[in-house]
Design a binder for this molecule. Structure first.
Ligand SMILES: Cc1cc2nc3c(=O)[nH]c(=O)nc-3n(C[C@H](O)[C@H](O)[C@H](O)COP(=O)(O)OP(=O)(O)OC[C@H]3O[C@@H](n4cnc5c(N)ncnc54)[C@H](O)[C@@H]3O)c2cc1C
Length: 385
């Protein structure tokens, strides 16, 4: 074995040990009902803060921004070990997983120093304000407008929707129209918004799981300094693509670990519950879905570790993640049978929550139909519809 590979193996063993020690000593997160979203949210914030104190939230980030500066492939074992150990999803995942890669690429160093450490510790929550009531799959039709003022600032008005955890957010990455949709750069600019500013009104929406995970955000004459612009004026589409590629690609590394944990629980249950022949097929299908996802994640981690930018192939990752998540949660639901919905005991209804939430996987970050369009047009070169 070469020195480099031996070093990497030692780093990984050490990281796994650190995660296991942390989880063994940590009080974890109480199994609160979804209706008490705020309490649940605060518990998850505390969990991320404790995990970050041990350097286990963003180990691949540079050391001066809250990370350990280790290779992405070594860092990916942390996500797997956390998933295996039953740790919950990071509450500030929109920041650390979805927005951070674009901020690293487009934001100024002094802003990164200000923003990234409190993002990693979940002291400051981030949200993504891309979607609008009439602009979801087709983001280029967004209407929130940013106009240049004589004071050298931007005045923003419009409405965003489905912004995850916006009601708790300190910062948001906003896409707004600064030019015409037909322009070469599609006339969109990206800004970081201080969510505590005058002109920002956040109204939580309740989802079918019972929680208020996302919100509508009304922007009314919100004034943004030009230094909060991310990237070029009218160059926001490049920033948006970087965010979407992260949401469809690298975000799946952590998500896959949680799906794998659910699969393990489903396999345990199916081994003891003598499922009927149809259910046995579902067991095998879910298992294959997870193995496909695992191979896809390995390829992605290799790519990231070699410094290759993630492009439209992230649509493949997103689709495989969605399929695995929906297959596994449907299997767990089927194994529970009627108890899935009938049992009032919350420890049972985590399976119900997981099943209901899995429906969102084929919508957020771009629907499965859109991912298939990206695969057809950008990976296979099929003509556009
Ligand atoms: C849990 C969750 C969290 C989210 N968090 C955020 C967030 O934090 N920030 C944010 O900005 N947004 C967020 N979203 C919004 C999400 O990005 C959009 O819902 C998604 O892009 C789809 O847009 P839409 O809902 O407007 O549906 P539409 O775009 O109206 O699509 C409706 C249907 O038409 C299909 N369709 C549309 N266009 C095409 C096409 N060209 N070809 C084939 N089929 C097509 C779609 O697949 C879908 O089935 C979240 C959504 C969910 C479910």
């Amino acid at each position: 074995m070469s020195q480099g590979r031996r070093d990497s193996a030692e780093i990984r063993t050490q990281l796994i040990r650190e995660v296991e020690t942390f989880l063994a000593g940590d009080p974890g997160v109480a199994n609160l009902p979804e209706e008490s979203s705020d309490d649940r949210f605060m518990e998850l914030v505390q969990f991320q803060r404790r995990l970050n104190e041990k350097g286990l939230v963003v180990p691949a980030w540079p050391t001066d921004l809250g990370g350990r500066g280790i290779d992405v492939s070594d860092a990916s074992v942390v996500s797997k070990a956390l998933g295996r150990g039953g740790a919950p999803e990071l509450i500030n995942f929109v920041g650390t997983e979805v927005l951070a890669p674009a901020l690293f690429k487009f934001a100024a160093k002094e802003d990164l120093v200000r923003w990234m450490p409190p993002m990693a510790s979940a002291e400051e929550i981030w949200c993504q304000m891309f979607s609008e009531p009439d602009a979801g799959s087709d983001l280029t039709s967004l209407r929130t407008k940013a106009e240049w003022t004589t004071r050298g600032t931007w005045k923003v008005s419009g409405q965003k929707v489905w912004s995850t955890w916006a009601q708790f957010a300190r910062w948001g990455l906003l896409l707004a129209r600064t030019g015409i949709a037909e322009s070469r750069h599609r006339g969109i600019t990206a800004f970081v918004v201080d969510m505590h500013s005058d002109g920002v009104d956040v109204r939580p929406l309740r989802t079918m799981t019972g929680s208020s995970e996302f919100s509508e955000v009304y922007l009314d004459d919100l004034e943004i300094p030009d230094r909060s612009r991310i990237g070029e004026v009218d160059g926001g589409w490049t920033v948006a693509l970087s965010v979407l590629n992260a949401e469809r690609g690298p975000y799946a590394i952590r998500r896959a670990a949680l799906i794998e944990r659910s699969l393990t629980l489903a396999l345990k249950k199916s081994a003891t519950s003598n499922p009927d022949p149809l259910l046995r097929q579902e067991v095998v299908r879910a298992y294959i879905g997870c193995r496909l996802l695992e191979h896809r994640i390995e390829a992605l981690v290799d790519q990231l570790s070699n410094g290759v930018t993630v492009g439209p192939e992230s649509a493949l990752t997103k689709l495989m993640m969605t399929n695995a998540e929906q297959q596994v949660s449907a299997l767990r639901g089927a194994l529970d049978g009627a108890r899935l919905m009938a049992d009032g005991d919350h420890s049972q209804s985590t399976v119900a929550d997981e099943y209901l939430y899995s429906r969102a996987a084929s919508i957020y970050g771009g629907s499965s139909e859109i991912q298939r369009n990206v695969i057809g047009e950008r990976l296979l070169g099929l003509p556009r519809e």
